[in-house]
Design a protein around this ligand. Structure first.
Ligand SMILES: *Cc1c(COP(=O)(O)O)cnc(C)c1O
Length: 368
């Protein structure tokens, strides 16, 4: 029996085979391979799509976070409030500047920053908040922006998992001072290699990141500050320009697949289905259930035996990582989530029969 994989990237390639090949060949014939016309056009197309003034193409989502934090002027010793329930890059970007990630517990339904707990963590050293739109579900941006305004904090959205997602009809990444996008292949809008982007309405942030990405030079060989090399390739930009035309349809398909899982899995013992807040347009980067009563690892092992791949995002909340061992706090909701979450196969090419197989297997195991 063939496996049901977590994500089938090959099916997407097949879908766009001719278009993508033509786009790649055009780049090869042009002889321009880095930061050329495709990168420029992609920046304009994504800025228009998200409704922001500036988009700066970069080498990865991690770089978008790092250069975004740099442009916000975060200094050593500054505190940045964020979630412990995310990929390490979010906090790593803060620690990169010797600033202090201040972890706040999560809302158990959305898995995102619990806004009430943000208030309690603000000190005179707090400079910024980095909310993460985990799994494709918006953080509570209305309340986060209200707190940021009241306390004079900057907000950098981590949109790596939520391209096309919305908060009250506004595209994620367009609400805070800036947004960090990732085009890692497995993301909702993915390249065939690394890629990322910093989006913002702020002229100064955009200008700073544009300079930082090319060694701190506005004019080549007249370097003004210490930057990095974080340019995007033309081939990746050309591929993303083909894909961006399909992203709304693909996100709709992810939502349909999520609705179908909800229907198939309703009422299964010890399984809690994903939640979508009234303010969110969830784009289901992951379809993540909770498995109660300590049955998560057991269920994952059983599913693996019958050829169904699942994943745990994330098994260790960041405040418990060895690198942050001197932060001795307990964040019970994040810790519980790390023991209960299970992401099921998802993607816009996921077919109904695979979903049925997954649901039937979960049903059978959880009732046994
Ligand atoms: C993928 C991801 C990143 C990092 O993006 P890369 O493009 O892989 O560098 C950052 N934050 C979150 C939440 C992610 O999922």
């Amino acid at each position: 029996m063939n496996r049901v994989s977590l994500l089938d990237l090959k099916a997407e390639v097949e879908l766009l085979w001719d278009e993508i090949n033509a786009a790649i060949q055009e780049v090869l014939r042009s002889g321009v391979f880095i930061m050329g016309p495709n990168v420029k056009a992609l920046e304009q197309e994504i800025a228009r799509y998200l409704g922001v003034k500036h988009a700066v193409a970069l080498n990865s989502g991690t770089d978008a976070l790092i250069l975004g934090i740099h442009a916000l002027g975060i200094k050593p010793g500054d505190e940045v409030i964020t979630t412990p329930f995310t990929f390490f890059a979010t906090a790593e970007a803060i620690s990169h500047f010797k600033a202090v990630p201040v972890f706040v517990d999560i809302d158990p339904r959305t898995f995102n920053l619990n806004v009430e707990q943000v208030l309690a963590k603000i000190t005179p050293r707090t400079k910024a908040i980095i909310p993460v739109h985990l799994y494709g579900h918006a953080a509570d941006m209305g309340q986060i922006m209200e707190i940021a305004r009241e306390f004079g904090l900057r907000v950098l959205e981590d949109v790596a998992q939520a391209f096309g997602g919305e908060y009250k009809g506004r595209k994620l990444g367009s609400i805070g001072d800036a947004g960090a996008l990732s085009f890692f292949p497995s993301k909702n809008l993915g390249a065939f290699g690394d890629g990322g982007m910093l989006v913002t309405n702020d002229d100064t942030i955009a200008d700073t990141v544009r300079i930082l990405r090319v060694h701190g030079a506005r004019k080549k060989y007249y370097n003004e500050r210490v930057g990095v090399n974080s340019r995007l390739d033309e081939i990746q930009a050309a591929i993303l320009r083909v894909k961006i035309h399909h992203i709304d349809e693909w996100n709709r398909k992810r939502r349909e697949a999520a609705a179908y899982y909800n229907e198939l899995l309703r009422g299964v013992p010890d399984i809690e289905l994903p939640y979508e807040a009234p303010y969110a347009y969830h784009v289901y980067h992951q379809y993540t259930i909770r498995v109660h009563n300590n049955r998560r690892d057991w269920l994952q092992a059983r599913l693996r035996e019958v050829g169904i791949d699942t994943a745990i995002y994330y098994p260790v909340p960041l405040h418990l990582l060895p690198i942050y061992q001197d932060i001795s706090i307990r964040l019970p909701q994040a810790e519980l989530a790390s023991r209960e979450v299970l992401s099921l196969p998802m993607g816009h090419t996921l077919n109904l029969s695979h979903q049925q197989r997954v649901a039937e297997a979960i049903n059978a195991f959880m009732n046994s």
